[in-house]
Write a protein that binds this ligand. Structure first.
Ligand code: PAF
Length: 268
């Protein structure tokens, strides 16, 4: 597995390869959910590249950026064991050089509402970095986790316009046995917090069957210490390995001061 710290070294290497490149963009602190993306990319491509870059532009709170877990050594061990060919580990100046004139794409309609409301500027930051990474990595297929459902929709929308030949693959959310969606942020939860957080998926699952019971689900979450920001149904259009999904229940909220999101996608 080769490591690249600069865009120039990566670009020189990339232009010397022939075959398809699968690309998994990450912010590190890898867990099995990320490894599922890598495994899918490994199945479908000649080469697999992973980027690890904690993108400051997508954090709307400095405290959240500073608290973001960093586990680079174990990340690299996991990626090596997963058969990754190349890891791109840029410092901020490689992605956002001084006197930068790059005109990054902007998020479209999919960025309105939900995370777009509660995390102003977040999707602008995501699109900014994903655009630059696509431009540089030049993937044939890029892989995103469905846990960040709105992110999948935002990337799908901007990439269709700017990278029409790029294929996007979204991979199902990996859950712990309790139902808790795996997330890099979970390491900041206490043991009790991790148990309580399992209520989120139970609520989503319940609402799928009983869609009028949002208020009682909010109360049940609150009893487990979870303050809901949003818990609502959503219309989507997302290709998944289980076919085209058109409905979802989506959640965001706080537990032990940590922001958690989750969703349940389905077809109606
Ligand atoms: O999902 C993430 O980890 C990030 O939003 C991404 C896609 C790597 C962009 O920084």
């Amino acid at each position: 597995m080769k490591l690249f710290y600069t865009r120039d070294k990566w670009a020189a290497f990339r232009s010397d390869t022939s075959g398809s490149w699968g690309f998994v963009p990450t912010m590190g602190a890898l867990h099995q959910g990320h490894l599922d993306l890598v495994a899918q990319a490994r199945l479908e491509n000649t080469f697999v590249a992973v980027s690890i870059f904690v993108n400051p532009k997508q954090f709307n709170q400095t405290a959240d950026l500073l608290a973001y877990p960093k586990t680079i050594e174990s990340d690299l061990i996991l990626l090596q064991a997963s058969g990754v060919d190349a890891v791109f580990l840029p410092v901020t100046g490689e992605i956002y050089p001084e006197n930068d004139t790059y005109e990054a794409a902007s998020p479209g309609q999919a960025a309105l509402g939900l995370e777009g409301v509660y995390r102003p500027g977040h999707f602008q930051g995501v699109v900014n970095v994903v655009d630059r990474l696509f431009e540089l990595i030049k993937p044939s297929i890029a892989y995103f986790g469905q846990k960040d459902l709105q992110q999948c929709l935002v990337v799908q929308e901007f990439a269709a316009l700017k990278y029409p030949s790029l294929k996007l693959v979204t991979v199902s959310t990996r859950r712990e046995a309790s139902g808790l969606a795996m997330s890099s942020r979970n390491v900041r939860l206490s043991d009790k917090g991790r148990e309580d957080a399992a209520e989120i998926f139970k609520a989503l699952d319940h609402l799928r069957e009983f869609p009028t019971e949002t208020e009682s689900m909010r109360l049940r979450l609150l009893e487990s210490g979870i303050e809901t920001e949003y818990l609502e149904p959503m219309e989507v259009r997302l290709n998944t390995q289980k076919g085209l999904m058109n409905r979802a229940w989506v959640f965001a909220g706080y537990l032990e001061g940590i922001r958690l999101i989750d969703n349940l996608l389905f077809k109606e």
